[in-house]
Ligand binder design. Structure first.
Ligand code: URP
Ligand code: ZN
Ligand code: ZN
Length: 459
C-alpha cells in the first residue's frame, strides 16, 4: 500500500518547507517537491501543516491507584490520544513492594496486549529496590526494551523510595544504559502537611494544594539532580510545575549537568485558583498540584530556553463518581486529570497561535525530544526517509470547542470545558494507516504495537 501526501507544509523540529511525502507500508520512503509517484491513496494537504505524530511519554492507562483504576484503558486511551494527534504514549508499570519487576510487567502486559489502538511503550516504576530488583534491570533493558526507570520521591507508604534506594538504582541503571525518571517532591514533608491539615479539619481540595507547596518540589528536584550528578546517571524529572524546581535544574547546568525536564500541558495553562471552587476543584486534584501564574510564565520561558524538553499530560483520568471518593477528605481524591486527547491542540492553540513558541519548538516538545530521550529517534518523532509514517495533518485555520460532550476520553467531565481551540487535527496516520480522518477512527483495537526502546545515548 502506497500513500502520497501532497503539498503540505512539512514541519519538523528543525525544518519548515512545502513538500510531498510518499509512504510505503509502514514507513516514509520519499520526501520531495512534486513527487510524481504512483500511489493507492492521495491526501491533499494544501494549506495544512504536516508534522510528526505526537508522543506523550507520561500517561496512566487502566492503572490501579488510590483504591480504584484510571478510567481510560488501552483501547479508549490510545483512541482518544489518536483523535488529538498523539500516535504513541509511554505508560508506567508499577512494581508492587515485595514483588518482582517481572511480575508487574506481566500484569501490565495482561491489560495492554491486543488492546491498544495507538502505539505504546512502558517505563518501569521501581518502588522496592533491593538485590533481587537490581538483577532484573539488565533484562528489562536488553530483553524487554524498557530503558527508563521511574522513581517516586513521594506517595509515602505506597510508591515512595528513599535516597539509599535511589542511589543504588541510579548506579545500576547507569551501568545498563538506562535513564531514571522521577516524581520529584518531598514525600515526608507532604505526608506531614497532609496529616496536619486533616487534624485541623481542613478537608477540601484546596488543602491538597496547600499540602504540596512549591518548596516540596524545589527541594526534591535539587536533591534528585545532586544524586544524578554524583552517580552520573541520566535523569528526567516528570511533570515539573514551578519556578523553584526549574531553578534547581538551572543550577545543575552551572556544573555542566543536563537534567531532562518534562512539564505537562495543565501546568502551562491552568492555575491553583481552580482549587477555590469547593469540591469541583477535585477535577484538578493531581500531584504536583496546579501552581501560580508566575510558574506558568517560568515554564513557557523554560521551553524557549531549552530547559523544559517535553510537554506531556500525566493523563490519569477518573470519573466524577471516583473523584467523589474524596468528598469528605482531600487525601482520598484519586490524583490525576484527563488530557491525553487535548495536549497537542491546546499546545498549538495556546502556544504557537498565541506566539509563545515557534512551530519547530511545538514539534520538538510534543514529539521529537521524547523520541530522542527515550530511545526511539529517528524511527519515531520526525518526518524523514525510513521513519515510521506517524503523521498528523493540522488545519491551522479551523476553530473548535472542547467539551465532555464531544471528547473521546472515558471520563464524564472536561477539565477544559468550553475552551476555544484555534487549529484542528484533521488526519492522523499511524505507521502508514489512516487512523483518524475528519473525526472518525479507522483503525481497531490491536493495531497499536508495543515499541521496544533503545538504550539512552544522549540527546
Ligand atoms: O496526580 C497524578 N499525577 N496522578 C498520577 C500519578 C503520578 O504521580 O504521576
Ligand atoms: Zn507523579
Ligand atoms: Zn504520572
Amino acid at each position: 500500500m502506497r500513500t502520497l501526501i501532497k503539498n503540505g507544509r512539512v514541519i519538523t523540529a528543525t525544518d519548515d518547507y512545502v513538500a510531498d511525502i510518499l509512504i510505503e507500508g509502514e514507513s516514509i520512503i520519499a520526501i520531495g517537491q512534486q513527487l510524481d509517484e504512483p500511489a493507492d491513496k492521495i491526501i491533499d494537504a494544501s494549506g495544512k501543516l504536516v508534522m510528526p505524530g505526537g508522543i506523550d511519554p507520561h500517561v496512566h492507562l487502566d492503572m490501579p491507584f488510590m483504591g480504584t483504576f484510571s478510567s481510560d484503558n488501552y483501547e479508549t486511551g490510545t483512541r482518544a490520544a489518536l483523535f488529538g494527534g498523539t500516535t504513541m504514549v509511554i505508560d508506567f508499570v508499577l512494581q508492587k513492594q515485595g514483588n518482582s519487576l517481572q511480575s508487574a510487567l506481566d500484569e501490565w502486559k495482561s491489560r495492554s496486549n491486543g488492546n491498544a489502538i495507538g502505539d505504546y511503550s512502558f517505563h518501569m516504576a521501581v518502588t522496592d529496590y533491593n538485590e533481587d530488583t537490581r538483577k532484573e534491570i539488565k533484562n528489562m533493558v536488553e530483553k524487554e526494551g524498557i530503558t527508563s526507570f521511574k522513581t517516586f520521591m513521594a506517595y509515602k507508604g505506597a510508591l515512595m523510595i528513599d535516597d539509599r534506594q535511589m542511589v543504588g538504582l541510579m548506579q545500576e541503571v547507569k551501568k545498563q544504559g538506562g535513564l531514571i525518571n522521577v516524581h520529584a517532591t518531598n514525600g515526608d514533608m507532604i505526608d506531614y502537611l497532609v496529616a496536619k491539615h486533616k487534624a485541623e479539619g481542613k478537608l477540601s481540595p484546596l488543602y491538597h494544594y496547600l499540602s504540596q507547596p512549591e518548596v516540596t518540589e524545589a527541594e526534591a528536584s535539587g536533591r534528585f539532580a545532586d544524586l544524578a550528578n554524583y552517580t552520573g546517571c541520566p535523569g528526567y524529572i516528570v511533570h515539573l510545575t514551578c519556578e523553584g524546581a526549574l531553578n534547581a535544574v538551572r543550577n545543575a547546568t552551572r556544573r555542566n549537568q543536563h537534567v531532562f525536564v518534562e512539564t505537562c500541558i495543565q501546568y502551562l495553562l491552568l492555575d491553583a485558583g481552580l482549587y477555590e471552587k469547593d469540591f469541583e476543584g477535585a477535577k484538578w486534584v493531581m500531584s504536583p498540584p496546579l501552581r501560580q501564574p508566575k510558574d506558568q510564565e517560568t515554564l513557557w520561558a523554560g521551553i524557549n530556553q531549552g530547559l523544559v524538553n517535553v510537554v506531556a499530560t500525566d493523563h490519569c483520568p477518573f470519573k466524577w463518581e471516583q473523584k467523589l471518593m474524596g468528598k469528605d477528605d482531600f487525601s482520598k481524591i484519586p490524583n490525576g486529570h484527563p488530557a491525553i486527547e487535548h495536549r497537542m491542540e491546546l499546545l498549538f492553540s495556546e502556544g504557537v497561535q498565541k506566539g509563545r513558541i515557534s512551530l519547530n519548538k511545538f514539534v520538538e516538545v510534543a514529539s521529537t525530544n521524547a523520541a530522542r530521550i527515550f530511545g526511539m529517534f529517528p524511527k519515531k518523532g520526525t518526518l524523514a526517509v525510513g521513519s515510521d509514517a506517524d503523521i498528523i495533518i493540522l488545519d491551522p485555520n479551523e476553530t473548535h470547542t472542547l467539551s465532555a460532550k464531544s471528547h473521546h476520553m472515558n471520563v464524564d467531565y472536561s477539565c477544559y470545558e468550553g475552551w476555544q481551540i484555534h487549529g484542528k487535527i484533521k488526519t492522523v496516520l499511524l505507521r502508514g494507516e489512516v487512523a483518524i480522518d475528519n473525526n472518525e477512527c479507522y483503525i481497531k483495537k490491536g493495531y497499536g504495537r508495543f515499541i521496544k526502546r533503545k538504550k539512552h545515548t544522549g540527546f
